[in-house]
Design a binder for this molecule. Structure first.
Ligand SMILES: [Zn+2]
Length: 419
């Protein structure tokens, strides 16, 4: 057991500090993007706090913060998240996970636990600086090429390349491959984060153990039509692409429900040209966002829906073109780390849920290299990526206790100790 009130107060103080003018470009929202002054101030805040606890803190060649209380080469337990914000962000998404990780480092000293720890604050998770989600962890995982860093990945506010922006921030992007060293000595990795959904609130639970992160397919469907007058063109004389849009959306709902296993599908964008009340559309474009933790299930839905869009278009005398934007595989998390968190939650005396994450997280890039899991805490009304984001500091303290219990269970054997 920890003193939850004290931990809640310390986490609250950190979050309130990081909501101040030194740490956000706006007082109406948290605006904290990679390589900005307020981002550097935020890393300095964590660096000072961690050095005071005896950690050695470095920025890796691209600016991911890595802090260790044991020397390189010694296995450590990884904790952390990201401290950049969404473009119009709230106080909790990302930063709360790093604040909880900092509180774990404090408790390790307070309680003389002697846990070997490595705290990581990943660079640019939200994509607000360079339009690239999970950038720091993707660089570490080798999922980004040098060509992309030198050219097409550009800073949204200045149009400098990532490479130029990193150099201007005093970093050494030429050594980007060394970012992968962050994984070298990790025996396990746990990322605490707000849920960003309403499952916990609606089921009256405060925390969840996350056992998988959904993969997804993002695609655009374009359907050609014929731009005729809405009054002068009888029904039988039309090529109306909106019928294909409607039929495809209904098929998406049917197929996701039939697939089950937490598969979800969303049409979030619909554009009609010319987009006038009295014109049959000449073209319709809509987006597909299909996600799930079961690869076969969510990819099956995508194939179904793509086939239906094509056959519906054909039936209406036209064609549908489907262009994939991005495909990301589902990430199963590690059973041993999940079980350590579950056992710790039971010990904390708290009812909890085990659930997948529908949203993407840096842990997707860590999990292929290090046994990993996540802890979610409830956030008010499921709101995130908004200044209205809210979560309870008491829940943050509970999450801290649950992660601490799991870290104790996952403690790597000391040198010379036989398992
Ligand atoms: Zn986040």
């Amino acid at each position: 057991m920890i003193d939850r009130e004290r931990s809640a107060a310390r986490i609250q103080a950190d979050i309130e500090t990081l909501s101040g003018p030194r740490y956000t470009q706006s007082d109406a929202a948290i605006c904290r993007y990679a390589y900005t002054d307020v981002y550097a101030n935020t890393l300095a805040f964590f660096t000072d706090a961690l050095e005071a606890l005896g950690f050695e803190v470095i920025l890796d060649p691209v600016g991911t913060l890595v802090a260790r209380n044991v020397p390189p080469g010694t296995p450590a337990l990884g904790i952390g998240s990201h401290c950049d914000s969404n473009r119009n962000g709230g106080r909790f998404d990302g930063s709360l996970g790093v604040c909880i990780a900092l509180e774990l480092c404090r408790l390790n000293v307070d309680l003389a636990l002697g846990l070997p720890l490595q705290l990581v604050a990943w660079l640019e998770e939200e994509g607000s600086g360079f339009g690239q989600m999970l950038l720091g962890s993707r660089i570490a995982a080798g999922r980004v090429t040098e060509e992309e860093l030198r050219g097409p990945i550009r800073e949204l506010d200045t149009d400098r390349s990532f490479w130029e922006a990193a150099e201007a921030a005093g970093l050494e992007p030429a050594r980007w491959r060394e970012s992968a060293r962050v994984f070298d000595d990790l025996a396990a990795w746990i990322e605490p984060h707000i849920e960003q959904g309403r499952v916990l609130q609606d089921t009256g639970r405060r925390i969840a153990v996350v056992d998988a992160i959904a993969g997804y397919v993002h695609a655009d469907v374009s359907v050609a039509g014929r731009a005729d007058h809405a009054g002068a063109t009888p029904m039988g004389f039309r090529i109306d692409p909106t019928l294909v849009v409607a039929e495809t959306i209904l098929e998406l709902e049917r197929a996701t429900l039939a697939a089950g296993k937490g598969t979800v599908g969303t049409v979030g964008e619909i554009e009609l040209e010319p987009g006038l009340i009295n014109a049959i559309a000449s073209n319709a474009r809509f987006s597909l966002d299909i996600r799930g933790v079961d690869e076969a299930a969510f990819l099956g839905v995508y194939d179904d829906v793509a086939a239906l869009a094509r056959s519906s278009a054909e039936a209406h005398g036209t064609t549908a073109e489907i262009v994939e934007r991005q495909r990301v595989p589902a990430t199963p998390l590690d059973a041993r780390v999940v079980e350590a968190l579950q056992a710790s939650a039971v010990e904390a005396g708290e009812e909890f849920t085990t659930m997948p994450s529908g949203a993407a997280h840096d842990t997707m890039c860590v999990a292929p290299f290090v046994p990993s899991a996540m802890v979610f805490l409830s956030c008010r009304d499921g709101i995130s990526h908004s200044p209205l984001e809210d979560a309870s500091f008491a829940d943050a303290a509970l999450a801290t206790e649950v992660v601490l219990g799991a870290l104790k269970r996952l403690r790597p054997p000391a040198e010379g100790q036989v398992l």
